[in-house]
Each structure stands twice: as structure tokens, then as C-alpha cells.
Design a protein around this ligand. Sequence first.
Ligand code: SAH
Ligand code: SF4
Ligand code: F3S
Length: 482
Amino acid sequence: MAKDYSKYFIKPSIRDARKRRKEDTPVLDFDDYFNIQGIGNGKTYRIETYGCQGNEADSEKIRGILEALDFTQSDDLEHADLILLNTCAVRENAENRVFGELGRLKQYKRNNPDLILGVCGCMPQEEQVVEKILKRYHYVDLVFGTHNIYKLPEYLETVLLSKERVIEVFSEEGSIVENMPKIRENTKKAWVNIMYGCDEFCTYCIVPYTRGKERSRLPEHILHEVQELIDQGYQEVTLLGQNVNSYGNDFTDRTYRFKDLLNDLHQMDIARVRFTTSHPKDFDEETVQILAKGGNLMPYIHLPVQSGSNEVLKRMNRKYTKEEYYQLVDHIYHYIPHASLTTDIIVGFPGETEEQFAETLELVEYCRFEGAFTFIYSKREGTPAASYEDDVPMAVKKERLARLNKIVNKGYLHGSKRFEGKTVKVLVDGTSKNNDSILAGYTENNKLVNFAGPTSLIGQIVDVTITESKTWFMLGEYHDGN
Ligand code: SAH
Ligand code: SF4
Ligand code: F3S
């Protein structure tokens, strides 16, 4: 009997993606879905990853699946048999880059009609993106979203064997899939998902729609993954979630929360524990006190504020006031005086006045941020803010961004300067981007350091004395102890 390929045509719906069901999150085992062998034999693949660490972690899973199917990674995009774009939908320019790339890849498809071209990640979770691909990018063979990576073997089998196009994007999903194979990019630093999705619904943000309901991985699964990483010689883990401070709030049968996870990881034999992203509204004093224990809990916190104006924060649905944010920052510097803080800020949110923007500048000065990702507001179809009047002219948005960046860069430099003359611990990543004979790595405070030393130090944590600080990196000297 002919296979029914029409089942592979499921489009997303923003309306459905907004829904949140109360049921407990089902935990699936990837092994139950993996029963296809060898279809990648003799074939090469290439994944291009856009967006946040969540996407980078997903790409490592996709690579794991592809290599389990016997595909091999290719350095040569032009001759790859499979190209996947793992995309980001957070701002319009991120999406434009992907459409630009799809246009460029068309020629490869022309030269090699057997090339399989796929789009996955956050963009396909948007209705209008799938419509656009259907209408204008008919040479795309495979479209799937963030909830169904585990079905990739089945999709590839269909595309390869039947030459049918597969489009399958789930909107209302709330599962967790354990035991996905992973090919990690780095052998010393690893991403560890602790939760998926987001229930915050900040009014400007598309992520709750593209990533679905907030769901926490069970602590035993997380701790088991970290133990495996330790056994493999990993030195650093970064815990991933859109709001790590609400970890565990969805558990109905246990009281285990982010604090407990930090306490458990603090006892483990991994040199460095980082996490991202923190949401100020759920970051309490007790969590700060736990971080102040130090040890493997790194003194670096990324704490997006978005705006320094209470009116704007309210319209963004951030659920904290600037006073509460100030208090949290005070607690952090009180308990962890040497901490480094970074943030995210959006300028030109609909209705943002000059006075409100000035409050953001004031907040940035006060908080002594040592770095910030700053963005011009980008309207996202389907989000509440898309219906707000976008009344700040682009020229004003750009001018505000430039003023903000000036202050941010001053903070960056100031944050690095305070380490001049000090000896810090650096986890050596590899050689410097611009100079093969120079090593590069990150300090506990997450500052990039370049220094001369033997390549045998790569992967180790070593003492480096900072000799000079620039805005974006520091220079140091390594003494080998003799
Ligand atoms: N969960 C994280 C952020 C994820 S998105 C948090 O809440 O902190 C990363 C950053 O992109 C956000 O912090 C925000 O500053 C920015 N961002 C999200 N949506 C945006 C939009 N529509 N326009 C401009 N910037 C946006
Ligand atoms: Fe977006 Fe807000 Fe969720 Fe962060 S917390 S992902 S900004 S909705
Ligand atoms: Fe982008 Fe999706 Fe991450 S929209 S920022 S890749 S969650």
C-alpha cells in the first residue's frame, strides 16, 4: 500500500501556540523513535545555526541524529548532500539573513538537484514564514520546528526515498525528549538544557510561541548528563533555559527548584557552572546567597533588564519594577562583590519617550554592567506589542542605540580594567582568532583573555596575570610555575 505522505503537511498556528495546557509534561525516549539505519551512508551534511544558545544546543542534537544515521559533516557547503538552516525568529533582521541565505543556496540546488535543503528551528514555528517558504522557496525540501527534532530520521527517510517534500511543524507541544544523541562542538564546555519553552509572554517576544510551554527537565536527568560530561573530561557546563529562575515551577509532584539544582551542582566535580538566561522577577535573594558560595558557581550573571522605565516595563509585561531590579543588583553586589553583570536592552519600544529612555541610561550607569546586548525594537507578528503603535521614528531609535552603546562600552572597559595586575583563572579554549601563536580563553567572570603559552594548555584552567585591558578583551601573561 502506498505510504500516506499527506500526513507530513502540518502547518503551525500562532493561535494554538499561545495556548497553555495544565497537564504534566510527557517525557519521551528518543530510542523509541529511532529505528532507521544507515540512510546517510556516503552522504554529507552541513548545519548553519542562527540565534541563541538554545539553538546551538539543538544543532548539536541534530548533528547527533545525522551522524547516528551515518551522515558525515562536510566543510564544503557547496557539495554537501544535506544543508539545514537552524533558524532564529527573535528579530526581523535575523529572519532576513536566513531568507538571504536561502536565496544564495538556490544555485547549489540548481547544480545538484539531489541536494536536500531544510529549514528548522524557530522560524518555521511562525505561520507566515511557512507560507512564504511555500510560495517563494519551493526548492526547500524539508521544514520542521523546535518540537519535533526527534522525528528527523523519519522525515529524512521520506525526503530521500520518496522524494516527497516534508513540512511538519507542531504548535501546541509540551514534551521533553531524553536520550537524543549529541555531537558537541566543544570538548571542554557543554550546554545543558534544564528547561524548554517560555511562559512569560513579554509583549514584544516571539519565543513563547516558537518554543512552546515552559517545561523543566527532571533533575535526575540533568545531574546524570552533568556526571557523564564530568566522566568525559568536561570542565564547564552552561545551564540553558529562557528563564532559569523559574526552573521546576511546572513540577506537580516535587518541590525541587533552581536553588536545589545549583546546590547539587555545587557539590559535583565540574570546574565551572554557568547559566543563562536569568529573569529578574524570579531571581530571589536566596539564589544570590547560594551563588555567593562560589567554588564552581561562576561570578557572572546575565540579567536582562530590557528597560529602566516602569511604564515601559509594564507595557513589556516584564512583571518587575526598576526599583525591584535595583534591589536585586544591590543584593548581587552585596553578596558577590566581585561579580560581573551583563544585560539585554531594547530601545525604541512602542511609546518609549526620551525621559523613559533616559531612565534606562541611568539604570545602566547604576548597575555597572560589564557588557550588554542592545537591540532596536523589532515588531513580531502575532505578539501583543505588534498591535501597539510603533511611534518612535527609526532615526530616533538609532540615535538612542548609539547613546546607549557608548555607555555600555565604557562599562565593558571599566569591567576589564579592574583586573589589570590581578592573576585570574582562565579556561583555555584554543588559539586566538587573529593569531595562531596566542592562546585565548575565558576567566571566571567571563572575560576573554589572550596570552602567549604552549598549545598543551588548551582545555586546562590556568593562572594568568592580566597586563592590559582593552574594551573587548584582556591581555595576560602566563607563568608555568617555574
Ligand atoms: N529569555 C531571555 C531572552 C531571550 S531573547 C530573557 O528574557 O532574558 C534575547 C533578547 O532578545 C531579549 O532579552 C531581548 O532583549 C531581545 N528581544 C526579544 N524580542 C525582541 C524584539 N521583538 N525586538 C528587539 N529585541 C528583542
Ligand atoms: Fe521572551 Fe520574555 Fe520569555 Fe525571555 S522571558 S524568552 S524575553 S517572553
Ligand atoms: Fe531565536 Fe528561537 Fe533562540 S527565536 S533567540 S533561536 S529561542
